[in-house]
Design a protein around this ligand. Structure first.
Ligand code: SF4
Length: 41
């Protein structure tokens, strides 16, 4: 999903987005509708 492999998910927890890797391309937001994924920067 993420072209930069910035998303990591551990178990059933919400995915974590690496701030360093994320280019804010928006693909993950489109995929999940931003319900589970939100940027923290
Ligand atoms: S916006 Fe989402 S899919 Fe795009 S680089 Fe960032 S974490 Fe990955």
């Amino acid at each position: 999903m993420c072209p930069k492999e910035a998303i990591s998910q551990v178990g059933n927890q919400l995915p974590q987005i690496s701030e360093e890797k994320c280019i804010e391309c928006g693909k993950c937001i489109k995929s999940c509708g931003m319900h589970a994924i939100s940027f923290y920067h």
